[in-house]
Design a protein around this ligand. Structure first.
Ligand code: UT7
Length: 356
């Protein structure tokens, strides 16, 4: 069997309409625009409306990615949804998304915190390399605002809701994952945690009264972990790929905090213009942050066919994941049933349609 690679052929993202600014938050908790911006770089975030759910946001992002790729539901062989805020603990939200998209394939949910999308993309790539599946939809989605304690200023100002998705498809032309690293330091599991509901802390009135259902974060511990891990993991994955920062066209780190990203940029001497940052507009959207940033970069023509990307995630677990991913320059195979769209690179550098 010829060697198979993952070609990223479609991308899309969705963010709820409702935008909440830092000033809006000053009416809810004792905080200020100055504190939030100086500590995190966040100016605003999208917050889900009553008709938004993790499943519906995932479906919308995936639908946009599939439409752009010219992939029909029957072309999709597998679906992975990365999230830590599923509609329900059971069933897996991926099955709801599979149904909403009209897919006739297997579906799984990856709960790996903010790192989930990179874990899911690497997993999809393994299925493609073995020839098990040809076309896979990978989603990162998070409706974190319903899991936040809106009386806790240390967490509620930092997060936002949204979803991003990509379609990857097998090709014989070299592209896709060059190298990856998936990491976990479970000893730090309490640094980002929602205690209840779960089998360790089933729901009781006492636990609800104690607000054990909401996300808690030891910000300083996570900050230390993130600044250490981001640089080290990126370096290791570049070493694996035999690359230096000069060889990378675009760095897309998890958008948790501008200060964490700036620290890594300085420490690793990365050119700031090659580093994607949209945390100011979205806040920390956890598993959705990298696919939203990736989708925006592709839509704006900031990531182009043939580019080499570095994706770096870190978060709950504590976990981290990094990959070096080449965007394809040629789509060598057409979708099984759908007609491929022509690629249009418009005058302003916006890439539409398939990367071909
Ligand atoms: O995606 C998952 C990964 N998560 C992350 O990467 C988050 C990593 N951590 C961080 O980004 C930062 O630690 C935070 C942004 C969460 C906090 O920044 P910090 O510089 O570490 O602040 P701090 O927690 O040390 O708090 C400093 C002060 C405290 O007051 P005292 O004890 O010095 O009097 C807090 O009570 O700021 C206070 N504070 C606030 N003040 C105004 C905490 N939250 C707020 C707030 N508004 N929202």
């Amino acid at each position: 069997m010829p060697r198979l690679y993952s070609n990223l052929i479609g991308w899309g993202h969705y963010a709820p309409e409702n935008i909440v600014t830092n000033d809006d938050l000053t009416k809810i908790v004792d905080t200020s625009d100055e504190w939030i911006q100086s500590r995190s770089g966040i100016k605003q975030r999208h917050i889900a409306g009553e008709n938004d759910f993790t499943s519906t946001m995932s479906t919308e992002a995936a639908r946009r990615a599939m439409k752009q790729a010219g992939v029909e539901p029957e072309d999709v062989d597998f679906l992975i949804v990365a999230t830590s805020s599923p509609d329900y603990i059971t069933p897996p939200v991926s099955s709801q998304v599979q149904d909403q998209l009209g897919l006739k394939c297997g579906a799984m949910t990856a709960m790996v915190g903010c790192t989930g999308f990179v874990y899911a993309l690497v997993t999809a790539d393994q299925f493609i390399q073995t020839g098990a599946y040809r076309t896979i939809v990978v989603v990162g989605a998070e409706l974190i605002s319903r899991n936040l304690d809106w009386e806790d200023r240390t967490t509620c100002v930092l997060f936002g809701d949204g979803a991003g998705a990509v379609v990857v498809q097998a090709t014989e032309t070299p592209c896709g994952l060059r190298a990856f690293e998936l990491g976990s330091e479970g000893a730090g599991y309490e640094a980002i945690i929602a205690y209840c509901p779960g089998t360790a802390e089933p729901v009781t009135h006492e636990r609800i009264d104690a607000r054990r259902q909401y996300l808690r974060m030891n910000g300083r511990a996570v900050f230390k972990f993130a600044t250490r891990t981001m640089g080290e993991s990126l370096q290791r994955v570049m070493d694996k790929a035999g690359m230096t920062p000069d060889d990378i066209d675009l760095f897309i780190p998890h958008q948790a905090n501008a200060r964490i990203i700036e620290y890594a940029v300085k420490k690793m001497n990365l050119p700031p213009e090659k580093v994607v940052m949209n945390v100011d507009r979205y806040g920390n959207t956890s598993a959705a942050s990298i696919p939203i940033a990736l989708s925006e970069a592709l839509s704006e023509g900031r990531a182009k066919p043939g580019d080499t990307l570095a994706l770096i995630g870190f978060g709950a677990g504590l976990t981290w994941a990094s990959t070096i991913f080449d965007l394809g320059t040629t789509l060598t195979e057409t979708p099984k049933r759908a007609e491929p769209k022509a690629t249009v690179i418009s005058g302003d550098g916006v890439v539409e349609g398939l990367i071909a």
